[in-house]
Design a protein around this ligand. Structure first.
Ligand SMILES: Cc1cc2nc3c(=O)[nH]c(=O)nc-3n(C[C@H](O)[C@H](O)[C@H](O)COP(=O)(O)OP(=O)(O)OC[C@H]3O[C@@H](n4cnc5c(N)ncnc54)[C@H](O)[C@@H]3O)c2cc1C
Length: 224
């Protein structure tokens, strides 16, 4: 049975963003996935990669990546990091669910990547990157809301090209550690929609997650 991990970062459980995350989770379950959700605000997740990530004695000069490699080898991550890393390792499908903040991820979700995409586990330190990344053969995608209208995005438009805005996440995070990256599912400006339009958008989200098998692939590795 395929397994999905949704890492969700919205501070309001009744937000549209949280509602569409629940729709995605329900749809994946209907598709035969087992689904785990890391609700970062709900969990009280700490975004800060620091000395507290490790239970082994640290070198005087703190080098986060070196300590991550050691923690992978010795099993000495702090429990909250170890738990998220286990969830990540279980998942065939990884979904980041969030509102676009400052053309990017909320800091809490970026901090999850800093701490959980650890050197030695996700990339580097004996594991490769990109085609040799730890998660090659698995899929990942973004599910997010915006404040800006769809027509603000595009070449030469006010907010720029979405692919360019998302490059640091889809390429710099997902593809870097080996994922095949599927086209993002975006709900533009739900705040400006009528209740009926929002309902229609939730149906689009459901359809997108019901049809992941045929969803456009935006970064993938050649076989072999
Ligand atoms: C720090 C910060 C930086 C930002 N930077 C950017 C940026 O760079 N680019 C950009 O485009 N935007 C930006 N924004 C805006 C942000 O992306 C949007 O406010 C957010 O994505 C809107 O989604 P939401 O889920 O929070 O909306 P909400 O306000 O939660 O939802 C909209 C409406 O949907 C309703 N709703 C909830 N559940 C349902 C349901 N099940 N069915 C139907 N309706 C429902 C809600 O009640 C609400 O009326 C920024 C915001 C912040 C705080």
């Amino acid at each position: 049975m395929p397994h999905a991990l949704i890492v969700h970062a919205h501070p309001e459980p009744n937000s549209f963003c949280s509602a569409q995350m629940r729709e995605a989770a329900r749809t994946l379950t209907e598709q035969g996935y087992t689904v785990e959700i890391s609700d970062l605000y709900g969990m009280g997740w700490n975004a800060e990669l620091g000395r507290g990530d490790f239970t082994h004695p640290l070198a005087d000069f703190f080098k986060p990546q070196a300590e991550q490699v050691r923690a992978v080898q010795e099993g000495t991550f702090a429990p909250e990091v170890a738990a998220e890393l286990e969830k990540l390792r279980r998942a065939d499908l990884l979904v980041f669910s969030f509102p676009m903040w400052w053309f990017s991820l909320p800091a809490l979700l970026k901090g999850w990547v800093d701490r959980v995409f650890a050197m030695g586990a996700a990339y580097g330190g004996g594991v490769g990157t990109f085609a040799q990344g730890a998660f090659r053969g698995r899929r990942a995608l973004l599910l997010f809301t915006t404040g800006s209208l769809e027509e603000y995005f595009g070449p030469g438009r006010r907010d720029g090209e979405m692919d360019t805005l998302l490059f640091h996440i889809q390429h710099g995070m997902f593809y870097f550690v080996g994922y095949t990256v599927l086209a993002p599912v975006v709900s533009f400006a739900p705040v400006r929609q009528t209740p009926e339009e929002r309902e229609a958008q939730l149906r689009k989200v459901r359809r997108a997650f019901a049809e992941l098998g045929t969803r456009q692939v935006i970064f993938d590795f050649q076989e072999g």
